[in-house]
Design a protein around this ligand. Structure first.
Ligand SMILES: Cc1cc2nc3c(=O)[nH]c(=O)nc-3n(C[C@H](O)[C@H](O)[C@H](O)COP(=O)(O)O)c2cc1C
Length: 181
């Protein structure tokens, strides 16, 4: 079983990355045969969808001069996707939005259909619910099977380590998805 964890934060080792990795660690501890990979969108160059609609014919994104394709290929190959975002203005962050919008090219042939998904959002105070709704909109459109969500509360770098409820939820969901796929 392949589990792919993606953090949309530009902070490669930020709070969102930490929470996503906690889930992956719980998977590995529960199922030694599971293969887990973590990808931070931070440090990757991902340009916005231009809305050219060429993917409707070509079934692939015509933008090839950035890092989106390599990460999308990992997503197309995973059994379980753990997708996390920091909350920016009560919603997902821009880098995650760029990443998701480009997956329209995978939608035409339903290349993500039937995979499991766990959604993660980290906010300093408020907005995580709405960010999760956005991630769930992405997941529903692609026909993912919803396997749970985790909300973290953290403002400054590292604050997530103090959100014991979120860390416990991450472990619980990690154990659950370890047996899927
Ligand atoms: C541009 C920007 C917008 C933000 N908007 C919100 C917000 O609407 N609500 C909130 O509670 N926190 C907000 N925050 C705080 C982040 O969600 C918080 O710092 C989070 O822990 C960052 O996660 P990261 O370390 O994974 O990047 C914002 C932070 C930034 C930089």
């Amino acid at each position: 079983m392949n589990v792919l964890g993606i953090s949309g934060s530009m902070q490669a080792n930020g709070n969102t990355a930490y929470l996503v990795k906690q889930i992956l660690e719980a998977v590995t501890e529960t199922n030694a045969e599971a293969t887990c990979e973590f990808v931070s969108l931070g440090g990757h160059y991902i340009t916005p969808c231009t809305g050219c609609l060429q993917c409707r014919e070509k079934k692939e994104c015509v933008i090839t001069n950035d890092d989106w394709g390599g990460i999308a290929e990992k997503m197309a190959e995973c059994d379980v996707l753990v997708i996390g975002t920091p909350v920016y203005y009560y919603d997902i962050c821009g880098q995650m939005k760029n990443f998701i919008d480009r997956t329209y090219s995978l939608w035409h042939d339903r290349r993500l259909s039937g995979k499991y998904v766990v959604t993660v959002a980290v906010n300093g105070d408020t907005g995580a619910d709405r960010a999760l709704e956005t991630l769930e909109g992405f997941a529903n459109a692609h026909e993912f099977i919803f396997a749970g969500s985790v909300i973290g509360k953290a403002f400054l770098p590292g604050d997530i380590k103090d959100d014991t409820a979120a860390l416990e939820n991450a472990v619980t969901i990690g154990k659950k998805i370890a047996t899927l796929g």
